[in-house]
Ligand binder design. Structure first.
Ligand code: ASP
Length: 307
């Protein structure tokens, strides 16, 4: 019998109140999640690699304007889009990432190309945009990334002079996926537009290996979403893997300790999706909601937004 396989995805964590969630919105979000979950799961089911499954799931979410990544990326201070993404292979801990890129249709595809086509792990800004062109990866113009809701959020943030996490109410963001394939390999991928009205080339946790994204076959694969600064300072994803590797924690105990205790202590709002090398999945969050879904080869399927 082939080994168990599974995938978990997220579309961002934050303050999502059931009161403002219309049935139409709920359906649109769950439809978006379902499409991504199905894409990734189908690859695993056919015996494909977890790297391909997480990339496919994240690309689907990047193409959906509802989530803060790719097409739905938020506006920065000067009305542009600066996107971050990372992907990691748990088999050999190879990884690729980009930050502050503005033209790629699918930042996660660029992160994968960084991993496979260069000797580097993280490319940034203009250089990374040049890489996108050189690799002939799909690029889009400003019109593609324009979104009325995102524009209004930016205008609001500009007026208030705030830098907003894509987390409060209508502003949900960041997408990610983790998977275990039939060969026993783990992988993780995360992609985001970062924070509305962000300045000075701000980069969050998502593209940073160990902070927002991590995969190691010996322990687990993790994709985070939340207040990037606090997630970086807590090296969240790697901290969970360390608790498992060095202290023998289970995935459930390690994710609980980091998300529900350590992050809460420093005010780090958010959550993550995590999978271990036996296919156990955890999707903890300390905010009021997190768009999330998972499916396992034993038939378990879950999709939820609130606790
Ligand atoms: N973690 C992301 C960042 O700080 C934001 C998010 O997850 O919504 O860039």
């Amino acid at each position: 019998m082939s080994q168990a396989f599974a995938i978990a995805i997220h579309g961002g964590a934050g303050t999502i109140s059931p009161e403002t969630m219309t049935p139409e919105k709920y359906e649109a979000y769950t439809e978006g999640l379902k499409r991504a979950l199905d894409k990734g799961y189908a690859i695993l089911e056919q015996g494909g690699a977890s790297m391909d499954a997480v990339q496919a799931a994240v690309m689907e979410l990047e193409d959906c304007p509802l989530f803060n990544a790719g097409k739905g990326a938020v506006f920065n201070h000067v009305g542009k889009h600066e996107m971050d993404a990372a992907i990691m292979n748990g088999q050999d801990k190879s990884a690729g990432a980009v930050c502050g890129i503005s033209r790629a249709r699918n930042p996660i595809q660029v992160a994968r190309a960084v991993m496979e086509k260069t000797e580097h792990v993280l490319l940034s800004g203009a250089g990374a945009d040049t890489f996108v062109v050189e690799q002939q990866l799909p690029i889009e113009n400003d019109e593609y990334f324009y979104n009325q809701l995102r524009y209004e959020q930016w205008q609001e943030a500009l007026l208030e002079g705030t830098v907003q996490l894509d987390h409060s109410e209508k502003k949900m963001g960041t997408v990610g996926a983790v998977a275990l394939d039939q060969a026993g390999n783990l992988a993780a991928a995360t992609s985001t537009g970062g924070m509305t009205n962000k300045k000075y080339g701000r980069v969050g946790d998502s593209p940073l290996i160990g902070a927002g994204t991590w995969a190691d076959n010996r322990t687990c694969a993790i994709s985070c979403t939340g207040h990037g600064e606090l997630f970086m300072r807590s090296v969240v994803a790697y901290d969970i893997a360390c608790l498992m590797e060095y202290s023998g924690f289970s995935l459930a105990d390690a994710t609980d300790k980091v998300v529900m205790q350590k992050l809460v202590t420093i005010g780090g709002e958010g959550g993550l999706v995590a999978i271990d090398n036996e296919g156990n999945i955890e999707m903890p969050f300390n905010s009021s909601g997190m768009y999330r879904a998972m499916r396992k080869s034993d038939g378990t399927i879950k999709m939820a937004i609130y606790k």
